[in-house]
Design a protein around this ligand. Structure first.
Ligand SMILES: [Zn+2]
Length: 302
């Protein structure tokens, strides 16, 4: 009873009292990691929902107001947030300019994959992975450098809280490491399994868990496949013995089903971000769900 009352009082407390930092992130994954490090010293909102088209995030006026008064904007970087340029123009605050004092690009601390891929750079503000693959949060081990960058960003604004942020991060990484060992064990029997992904979101995940991504359905990130490229893809899948097609909830179901029907692969829906499925309610649960679904799909497809 007392505990319930305390929770009610906590929920009613104003978010910005007592030196709490207002942080805005571009994704729910970053929100989860900022909360893991910041604990009760941060109030965090994500501009993008868990599931969205990569280049079509509809930011609401209330979120713009929140960004204007935020202490820090935390983002994935590379070309992952082409929609952010318009928001920066609207907010018109040099603190949030790239490299500005309230701008935190978390990609800086991460070893990127596909950074050398020759890709046509986007001239239309779309997400094409032109600077390296931006889906790096999908390797749980990347939470280590990501939370280090976040810790440094928060501590720059609240130097007195650095020790608390460091403790929070250490506690989070301890939990993460224990779970990572379990996830690796769960995936070990599937080591070397060949898969196809709809969008090229999974190279970091695949590297960590020993999967081989033979091809992607989208010939270029964000570009739907032509009938000719689909025919070539399904032929290649049959040759390579690919039995699982990884899709995300935002992928075209009709194209996925056609690829599955023509290749004999089964479709498994993985969750790209925290909150993208009711089960994936925090960063650790995101991998609990994805590892379980993929291990089951690969086991069932032999
Ligand atoms: Zn992408």
């Amino acid at each position: 009873m007392l505990r319930a009352l305390a929770l009610v009082l906590l929920a009613a407390a104003p978010a910005r009292s007592g030196g709490v930092l207002d942080v805005v992130t571009t994704s729910t994954d970053l929100k989860a990691l900022v909360e893991a490090v910041g604990g009760e010293r941060v109030a965090v909102e994500s501009l993008a929902p868990a599931l969205h088209e990569p280049h079509a995030v509809d930011v609401k006026p209330g979120q713009l107001a929140r960004l204007k008064s935020a202490a820090l904007l935390v983002r994935i970087g590379l070309d992952h947030e082409p929609w952010l340029a318009r928001i920066r123009t609207t907010v018109n605050d040099p603190r949030f300019a790239p490299g500005g004092p309230a701008d935190l690009d978390v990609s800086r601390g991460v070893d990127l994959l596909q950074a050398e891929s020759p890709r046509v750079k986007s001239d239309q503000g779309v997400h094409v992975h032109g600077f390296g693959n931006p889906h790096y949060w999908l390797d749980p081990a990347n939470a280590r450098p990501m939370t280090q960058t976040i810790l440094d960003g928060l501590a720059r604004l609240s130097p007195d809280a650095r020790a608390a942020f460091t403790r929070n991060r250490a506690r989070f990484l301890e939990l993460l490491d224990a779970r990572l060992a379990r996830w690796i064990d769960a995936m070990a029997p599937r080591h070397g399994a060949r898969v196809v992904a709809f969008h090229d979101s999974w190279p970091y995940f695949a590297r960590r868990f020993g999967l081989v991504i033979v091809a992607t359905v989208e010939p270029v990130p964000g570009v739907p496949p032509s009938p000719a490229s689909l025919a070539a893809l399904t032929a290649r899948m049959k040759d390579a013995g690919v039995r699982v097609l990884i899709v995300e909830p935002s992928a075209s179901r009709s194209i996925a089903n056609r690829v599955a029907a023509a290749s004999g692969a089964r479709v498994v829906t993985l969750v790209p971000s925290v909150g993208g499925d009711p089960e994936a309610r925090d960063y650790l649960k995101l991998f609990d769900v994805n590892v379980r679904r993929l291990a089951e799909a690969l086991a069932g497809s032999r």
